[in-house]
Design a protein around this ligand. Structure first.
Ligand code: SF4
Length: 354
């Protein structure tokens, strides 16, 4: 799916009563009014932007283009970011919805969100050369689904209906997976055996919202088992924690990311839930609007896990033009994780001695 959306995303504005204005201590009748406005600043959240899985997926496509030459086919958006997709298209990547759009025998890359076994079979049937750029942390959830399905568990998969990652994960054992998309599904879900139930989740959800869903599931199914380790990935969790760290101090918190990027949309929600007066999702700096800055003194900035840093830099330039040149980086934690490239590509790179 190349569902490109050029419009700024979720837009929610809260009351402005927390804005800070220092009013003058003058006798209004005797003295001219002098208004002191608190200095304007930017709080830049860290960590933000590219995670290890996105970095690996984007490098996979660029190295495949270098090695095999254009075109290289990619099933679905390699990562959910319009800028990344357009940049790779300009270099010769062709994004398709399904493998039947790829010429027989050509090379196709699977996106970071993962694919079901059925997609691997379709690709094999067309003799496609496949390079699997599924994030290893998504692959981990696929393994869990296969393992628990083989042990006769029913899996309550918390996630968003229609998201590519959820389709790929559920596709590992479609007869054993029940999707839980929000609290309403907790009440509706019908299970076979309450003693053989486990919950797993999409990797890019809101941590707090997911735990609310898990609590509701546990109330309904007290014997519910928990996953062996977190499914919401380190990058999603860290970016949400970094936003929580600054949100309360922000009159406005801008999240750079695309509207189909689950983890970016969650950052807007977390910003609002954690005290920011307003929060907007934008793909580009050019999408900021004058009215967002009325009475604003502190602007928070972050970006989703699929967003290259150049887009944040562009936003900082735009903010500087608007008087927000004072940037303070607030680092919640450091990240050092790196994933090696897909094995199929590494093999070809070695053979070509690149
Ligand atoms: S957001 Fe998490 S699961 Fe998704 S690609 Fe990045 S590290 Fe992997």
């Amino acid at each position: 799916m190349i569902g490109l959306n050029h419009h700024p995303g979720r837009v929610v504005r809260r009351s402005l009563d927390k804005r800070i204005w220092a009013w003058p201590q003058y006798d209004w009748k005797m003295s001219p009014v002098v208004e002191t406005v608190a200095s304007k600043k930017v709080l830049l959240a860290a960590p933000r932007g590219y995670c290890a899985g996105v970095d690996r997926a984007v490098v996979t496509v660029t190295k495949a283009l270098d090695l095999y030459g254009a075109p290289v086919y990619v099933r679905k958006q390699i990562v959910h970011n319009i800028h990344v997709v357009q940049t790779l298209e300009a270099r010769g990547a062709i994004f398709v919805d399904e493998t039947d759009e790829v010429p027989e025998g050509a090379t196709v890359i699977f996106s970071a969100h993962g694919v079901s076994p059925a997609v691997h079979e379709q690709a094999a049937a067309r003799s496609l050369k496949t390079i699997d750029a599924t994030c290893p942390l998504v692959t981990k959830v696929h393994h869990e689904v296969r393992r628990f399905a083989s042990e006769d568990y029913q899996i309550l998969l918390i996630g968003h209906e229609g998201h590519e990652e959820v389709e790929g994960t559920a596709g590992e054992a479609p007869d054993s997976v029940l999707l839980i998309d929000g609290l309403a599904d907790v009440e509706k879900v019908v299970v076979k055996d309450e003693s053989k139930l486990i919950w797993l989740s999409q990797t890019t959800l809101s941590v707090d919202e997911t735990m609310q869903t898990v609590d509701a599931l546990k109330k309904r199914f007290p014997l519910l088992h928990a996953p062996p380790s977190d499914d919401i990935c380190y990058a999603t969790q860290n970016r949400q924690l970094a936003v929580k760290e600054i949100a309360e101090k922000c009159d406005l918190l801008l999240v750079v990311g695309s509207t189909n990027s689950s983890n970016s949309v969650r950052l807007v929600e977390v910003a609002l839930e954690s005290g920011s007066q307003a929060s907007y999702l934008i793909d580009y700096a050019s999408q900021v609007k004058d009215e967002w800055f009325v009475g604003v003194n502190t602007v928070g900035v972050t970006s989703g896990a699929s967003v290259p840093e150049i887009l944040v830099e562009d936003l900082l330039v735009e903010l500087k033009k608007r008087g927000f040149g004072d940037v303070e980086v607030i680092t919640k934690m450091e990240e050092h994780l790196l994933f090696s490239l897909p094995v199929e590509l590494r093999k070809d790179l070695r053979a070509a001695q690149v």
